[in-house]
Design a protein around this ligand. Structure first.
Ligand code: PMP
Ligand code: GLU
Length: 406
């Protein structure tokens, strides 16, 4: 189409959104589909948070707000960083946007010139490479390996950095692998970055509270205080407080960068909803006990799904330390043939087969720049997860080996 920009033609739609939309359209046709394609908690937003939003409407907090967000919310974010991450910020170092997603995008738009490079480990969240391209930059994917627990190795980071590198984007716990960077992992990366003073760190901490067992969460600015002057820490209330639809994320970093991000936002979306901002104040300042409840539920679901998936011949997964995704290797099934005679050559073919045959929506690994995997979100009820795994097992059992498979 002549109207579209050259820049946009290189940008792919979000695979998480595409698979979820396909599942929704099949459901609308009357098909029973279990949607494990979109990472969002199935829990309701806690009552005290919803009440704060209703109160905000009733007292008339329904007008435009400051671009960076209302002061009580920025103050609550300052306290959150002090309380949970041992990080000290002032309110002018904080900005609030429509989800962590928009803050990542604002940061890239505010900092990238044509051709600037952004390094990130893969498998990565579907939006990283596309956002970088939208902002005029060049995505530089650095593969991580299953045998390294999908953790970026310092020598691989060093090899990926060029004079054009502006950012290292890090996501821990990771979507889609669930990998969690230890203090030592982050220290090792900081050690490399000390040799490259122009490279900044974009720490995407959106799954901070979802770590299991003895695993502890760390973020770069906390572990390497000398990096804080070139780190943007992004977080939000979507996952920890079951508030995906409210669209509130926040970021903390050097004032100059925050100001530039506010300029981007002030000229595009202005700010996120005033009502959602009041709800987020209550989320961050109010009772925190349900975070532990959510985490316990996710941990039990993780254990369930890891076991059920590993019981299916041809599928393999590790037990991830964080987030709410299982990244499942399906390489052994590629090349097999469905009952209708179609050859499953790619993870996308396999994901579409699971949608069609099992009625289960998952996301192909290729969306996360990792072929031969599917991502299963376990942020659903145990009943749905049991049903989904049974249906996947049945669908896999119907596949025939093709002669080209060993
Ligand atoms: N980062 C990662 C890695 C994610 O998976 C998500 C999922 N939505 C986000 C950022 C954005 O979250 P939100 O915009 O809902 O705050
Ligand atoms: N981050 C979630 C996911 O990866 C929500 C969908 C999205 O924003 O991509 O499924």
């Amino acid at each position: 189409m002549g109207i579209l920009s050259a820049k946009l033609s290189a940008v792919k739609p979000s695979q998480t959104k595409a698979m979820t939309a396909l599942a929704a359209s099949l459901k609308a046709e009357g098909r029973a589909i279990i949607t494990l394609s979109q990472g969002e908690p199935d829990f309701d937003t806690p009552e005290n948070i919803s009440r704060a939003a209703i109160n905000a409407i009733q007292v008339g907090h329904t007008k435009y707000t400051a671009v960076a967000g209302i002061t009580p919310l920025r103050e609550a974010v300052v306290r959150k960083f002090q309380r949970e991450n041992n990080l000290t910020f002032s309110t002018d170092q904080i900005t609030v946007g429509c989800g962590a997603k928009q803050l990542l995008y604002n940061a890239l738009v505010a900092t990238l010139d044509e051709g600037d490079e952004v390094v990130f480990p893969t498998p990565c969240w579907v939006s990283y490479p596309e956002m970088v391209k939208l902002a005029g930059g060049v995505p530089v994917a650095v593969d991580t390996r299953l045998r390294d627990g999908f953790i970026l190795k310092p020598e691989d980071l060093r090899a990926a950095i060029t004079p054009k590198t502006k950012w290292l984007m890090l996501n821990s716990p990771s979507n889609p692998t669930g990998a969690v960077y230890s203090r030592k992992n982050l220290e090792d990366l900081a050690e490399v970055l000390r040799d490259f003073p122009n490279v900044w760190v974009l720490a995407d901490d959106i799954y901070e509270h979802l770590v299991y067992g003895d695993t502890r969460f760390y973020t770069m600015a906390e572990v390497a205080p000398d990096m804080a002057g070139r780190t943007l820490t992004v977080n939000g209330v979507s996952k920890s407080y079951a508030m995906t639809g409210w669209r509130v994320g926040y970021a903390a970093g050097p004032v100059e960068l925050i100001k530039a991000m506010n300029t981007v936002q002030g000229q595009s979306t202005s700010h996120t909803s005033s009502i959602s901002q009041y709800a987020a104040v209550e989320a961050l300042n109010g009772d925190q006990s349900f975070i532990q409840k959510f985490r316990d539920a996710f941990e039990a679901r993780r254990n369930l799904v890891v076991k059920l998936i590993n019981d299916i011949p041809g599928l393999r997964c590790e037990s991830p330390q964080g987030a709410f995704y299982i990244f499942v290797g399906c390489q052994a099934l590629l090349g097999s043939v469905t009952p209708s005679g179609k050859s499953l050559d790619t993870d996308m073919d396999f994901a579409l087969y699971l949608m069609e045959e099992a009625g289960v929506a998952v996301v192909p690994g290729s969306g996360f720049l990792a072929d031969g995997f599917i991502r299963v979100s376990y942020a659903s009820s145990e009943q749905e997860l049991n049903g989904a795994c049974t249906a996947i097992a049945r669908a896999v059992a119907k596949l025939a080996k093709s002669p080209k498979m060993a």
